[in-house]
Design a protein. Sequence first.
Length: 762
Amino acid sequence: MDAAGFLSRIRRHREYRGQIVHEKLYPARPARYAALAEHMPPALARALADLGITHLYTHQAEAIAAVRRGENVVIATGTASGKTLAYKVPVLWRMMEDPRARALYLFPTKALAQDQLRALRELLGRMGWELPLGTYDGDTPRSARARLRKSAAILLTNPDMLHVGILPNHTAWSHFLANLRYVVIDEAHAYRGVFGSQVACVLRRLRRLCAFYGNFPQFICCSATISNPGEHVQALTGLPARVITDDGAPAGPKRFVLWNPPFLDAARTARRSANSEAAFLQTELALAGVRHIVFTRSRKVAELILLYVRRALQERAPHLIERVKSYRAGYLPEQRRRIEQELFHGQLLGVTATSALEMGIDIGDLDAAVLVGYPGTIASTWQQAGRAGRRRDESLAMLIARDDPLDQYLMRHPQALLERSPEHALIAPDNIYILGRHLPCAAFELPLTSADEELFGPGFVDAMIALENQGLLEYRNERWYYMGIGYPAERVSLRSASGERVSLLNAADGFRMMEEIELATAPTRVHEGAVYLHQGETYLVTQLDLERRFAVLQPADVDYYTQPLVMSDLSIVRSLRHREMGISTAFYGQVRVEEQVIGYRRLQQFSDTVLSEEWLDMPAQTFETRALWFDLPPAWRQELAREGLDFHGGLHALEHAMIAMLPLFAMCDRNDIGGISTPAHPDTDLPGIFIYDGFPGGVGIAEKGFELLPALWQETLRLIEECPCEAGCPSCVQSPKCGNRNQPLDKAAAVWMLKKLLQVGR
């Protein structure tokens, strides 16, 4: 069934209530080809021809030529545009010319590395070339690791393994590093925020060790379409790169649909759950035999939707139950690979997945992609939508809005999603907290010198002083030596703030470990009383021991899910920049934040109705980070009171709405940022609103908000004014994680404040 036919069927369904608010058909795009000035080696050209590749797309030819000239390159083109060929060809070409040449392929996930290994072996098989290569990750048997160190011409790995397995043991890898000609970074846009900032430090450590062995490798990066690919890759690698964005690949027609769940009440304050709508659509896709993927923003939602769909199929088509599964991080490697293969070969009709399947793993030809909630960035939206339609037939992409301010804004302004340029990817490799984790690793690998400041950036000196004071580094003979115990990389996780994990134990299965989660996220995900979903099964958390790093879960048949309530407090450490904004002054600077999970809500499955609020006594977490803040005139309290409006409620509503809209400008998630509003902050004695980065030291989100503050105010005003509710709702000024239970809130007062700020601030 084609996309138009499926939508016609949905519009006739009894559950359809006008949810399709926008539909756009993107026409097919023809291929554009280009030839290389050099002749490719005949064996390589024949192998490509055997795979059906007889011509190069324009961006492939441009990239291959630039790499052959010795340039660093970033290729930023669409999903399924053949970016991988743009690095496979020059790497193999060079190895045919120089048998000593080595290449390192970095992928953000193990699954992607395995997928590319299969494709590379197929190409080499067509060439009749037994080039030594392999994946080097946590799943690689120890017996294979020594062989790879000794002989691998191409090593496929991830930044985590480079950080903890290769760089600290560089003497064992000296031959590989001395001959490393190319470092390939696939899915470069995925390296943003905290993870990206840490990977940037790892890549600087790699470059430092290569230089020690007299080698300076080229970098070839592939990225989804983002606004700043050149700037981002330079921040990531520390090197300038040629930017290639002219996409010559063909594309089949794609129908993009915006789906807004219907209101549940006459007051138009609450909408039907996006999860329920997703379950309805996935069930219908399965029944229609449409191969599909459903993307969710969290593991919990992926499992919840699978639960809903299987219940529906149990009644209507039990034989299809095992043809829908979930796919996410946290599963064992063999589970993930089995699901990938079942999807690729058509044994599965569909999966519910997190962004783990957003990247370029080959999962075969899918006909539809359903996005449950705005993925957080325009780049991710197109990455996920692009997973369907790899053939030339018309494909379907559907974005289901949540009852959330940014999602609802996009439903009313489709052009902000479908016609707007993607966001800027943000990383901060010179964050002193991140450097404080990686400089001990670098010193363990080779003693540091003052010359390393050029490599690691302006945070180097402050971080080194702090590390000396902590006794981790010692200065002698004009070098800094690592003085800690063991090797420090083991204690640094690239994907979390602390690197520490909490084990989830199944009380009904002899306390067997089900999976592990980050310690930093444990208070919000597995607090006592939390409902936790694993492989479609529901568990209730009965105990969380943060000191001993475990949580106990009991299987439970419940018809609700839970949502944590978080309270924040903030003090100013110092202002770094400020801007006069008419009647307000805006600041950007360093702050100290204290966050505490104070309780949780129990919400009814499907309807999202709040059943109860429960309170917890949990320890607070304190950290220093970066924030933007602005003050407001105290006289506004009286002015608003005269108009019957609540000053504090307006501040609170404005804070929530600005946090919701900031991801429209910065490549971040709402959960990456936090905020507080106060009628009189103790550090300023003035009313103010603070929005801060949720990671120690910050990763540039608040700074981007500070730079774009007038535009952020303008779009926040549009969001609130255009929401059809009367007094504020989850689609405009309410926040799902507000520790103050969304009280007080005054929608009209927030509009009044924004109009005053914009009137004077323009």
